[in-house]
Design a protein around this ligand. Structure first.
Ligand SMILES: [Zn+2]
Length: 280
């Protein structure tokens, strides 16, 4: 059964975007293994299991997806490299909720790394590429899209052109710059840090609020502002911005929702960063 967070006028659920394993150290940057492994156990080869779980946000008659998972375009070789142990099931999981691809109105991409944007374009039954959500407006920060179009030698490994083929010409790409209300109750804000154009999604319901900090807060074990990933492009920005955002949304008593965490879908934190409520 899928996990659901009920915020009154808004319902959030987590879907299957594929699951993979990464070297545990890469998720914790300079934090020693002896500290992080107590919170997020590694196997004997130092790998940890991670979800890539898109969020479906149902609000005011709109179906909004936050990120899209790994997609179904990975080759056998890529699946082996990224140690994919559970395939992308986003389309099937939506179908189980009675939704087809064209029932999705809006796709918000926190950023465009392959593990978040891999499901924007999918292979259909004939093996052809097509937009997975052919009616959805795809919301991306302007600076993120600039970097997708002109990647550097590092980001070229994670901004894959086939994840965006046809999107720019479809009329469905909507670039925002900074903060923007997407529909009443759902706002995006530029954060930078992980990538230059990384954005958060803030969700306001009649019975509470939630914030999706994307890869600034990938698992509940990253609540310490100093625990940042080796994948962050601007780690000191992540430390500074995360400290400010955790404080801001903690004071509002919002849920923090997670994309990569295999142990927890969402949590609330106290002022010391301790988890005081959780949804698994
Ligand atoms: Zn990620």
């Amino acid at each position: 059964m899928t996990t659901v967070l009920d915020l009154g006028s808004v319902e959030i659920s987590w879907l299957g975007g594929g699951e993979f394993e990464l070297d545990g150290g890469t998720m914790y940057g300079a934090v020693p293994k002896i500290l992080w492994q107590k919170k997020y156990p590694a196997d004997e080869e130092n790998y940890i299991r991670l979800l890539n779980a898109p969020l479906l946000v149902a609000v005011g008659g709109h179906n909004i997806l936050i990120d899209t998972g790994l997609g179904n375009k990975l080759s056998a070789k890529q699946k082996q490299i990224f140690r994919v142990y559970r395939d992308w099931s986003l389309v099937e999981d939506l179908a189980a909720k009675g939704l087809a691809g064209d029932d999705i109105d809006i796709v918000i991409l926190t950023h465009c790394d392959f593990d978040h944007a891999g499901g924007v374009v999918m292979h259909n039954d004939h093996g052809d590429s097509e937009l997975t959500f052919p009616r959805a407006h795809h919301i991306v920060q302007k600076s993120e899209w600039e970097d997708v179009c002109s990647p550097n030698i590092r980001s070229a490994h994670t901004y894959w052109p086939d994840n965006f083929s046809g999107l720019a010409d479809s009329g469905l790409l909507e670039l925002v710059d900074g903060e923007a209300e997407i529909v009443p109750g759902v706002t995006v804000r530029l954060t930078g840090g992980h990538t230059r154009g990384h954005q958060l999604v803030a969700i306001e319901g009649t019975r509470g609020c939630a914030v999706h900090l994307g890869d600034l807060f990938p698992t509940h074990t990253h609540a310490n502002p100093l625990w940042v990933m080796a994948y962050d492009n601007f780690p000191l920005d992540v430390v500074r911005v995360k400290e400010r955002l955790l404080s801001e949304y903690r004071h509002k008593k919002c849920w923090f929702t997670f994309y990569h965490d295999i142990y927890m879908k969402a949590c609330k934190l106290d002022e010391h960063g301790k988890v005081v409520a959780s949804l698994v």
